[in-house]
Write a protein that binds this ligand. Structure first.
Ligand SMILES: C[S@@+](CC[C@H](N)C(=O)[O-])C[C@H]1O[C@@H](n2cnc3c(N)ncnc32)[C@H](O)[C@@H]1O
Length: 205
């Protein structure tokens, strides 16, 4: 991803208050639904990809997860999340990185991505993402992708997105993961618009 993309997200997090962005989801319903469908414990290593300053971090802390990571391309997003969490911020491992060139020796029991993967339009970027998911998700670990569905919007944050369904995600991740669950949901934005998401949960083969 280029610097222009990074700048786009820095500008978003500099200019838009938390409760005005279309993806605002204070009850973290999507994460909760995923967590009900997979096996996790307090020591599970979890990463929220493109987590921004979402409340998933708060939920993970409140629920006693000891190995939680949040990755985002935007430094400002991470600063905002840390500021909100205050003294609790040090319970999360914060990573500022473009996911398409992220490198780690860590292995994740749950790789969760809500509304970040769908910004990858280019085949090379999608390959880089899939390569990393395949390598960095632990044996029997889970990969949960929440993307705009084929009935969802064509843009998010003013950027074009790639809409997905079970088949398109299976095509991308299916070599290394098996699809174990699937659901759709309508997210209501702060301006009362519905956005249809497709959520696929895969397990490492
Ligand atoms: C639509 S927001 C969703 C935020 C959060 N996942 C949520 O559900 O509230 C997309 C997030 O992905 C981040 N992002 C976009 N492209 C990225 C990339 N290539 N690598 C890492 N983060 C990225 C953005 O900075 C932003 O925080």
């Amino acid at each position: 991803m280029d610097n222009k993309m990074q700048q786009h997200w820095e500008d978003v997090y500099k200019n838009k208050p938390l409760n005005t962005v279309s993806w605002y989801q204070p009850n973290v319903d999507t994460f909760k639904k995923v967590a009900q469908r997979v096996k996790l414990n307090a020591n599970s290593v979890i990463i929220d990809i493109g987590g921004g300053d979402s409340f998933v971090a708060d939920f993970l802390i409140e629920n006693g997860f000891k190995n939680a990571n949040v990755l985002d391309i935007s430094k400002k997003a991470i600063e905002r999340a840390k500021k909100r969490l205050n003294a609790n911020a040090n319970k999360i491992n914060w990573i500022i990185s473009d996911i398409t060139n992220f490198e780690t020796s860590n292995r994740f029991d749950l790789w969760y991505d809500r509304a970040a993967f769908h910004f990858l339009n280019d085949e090379n970027q999608i390959d880089e993402y899939a390569k990393r998911a395949a390598e960095y998700v632990a044996e029997n670990g889970y990969l949960a992708i929440a993307s705009f569905s084929k009935n969802g919007p064509e843009k998010c944050s003013g950027l074009p997105v790639k809409q997905h369904n079970q088949d398109s995600l299976k095509k991308i991740f299916g070599n290394n993961f098996k699809l174990i669950d699937f659901f759709e949901e309508d997210h209501q934005t702060p301006s009362q618009k519905n956005q249809n998401f497709t959520i696929c949960i895969f397990q490492k083969k």
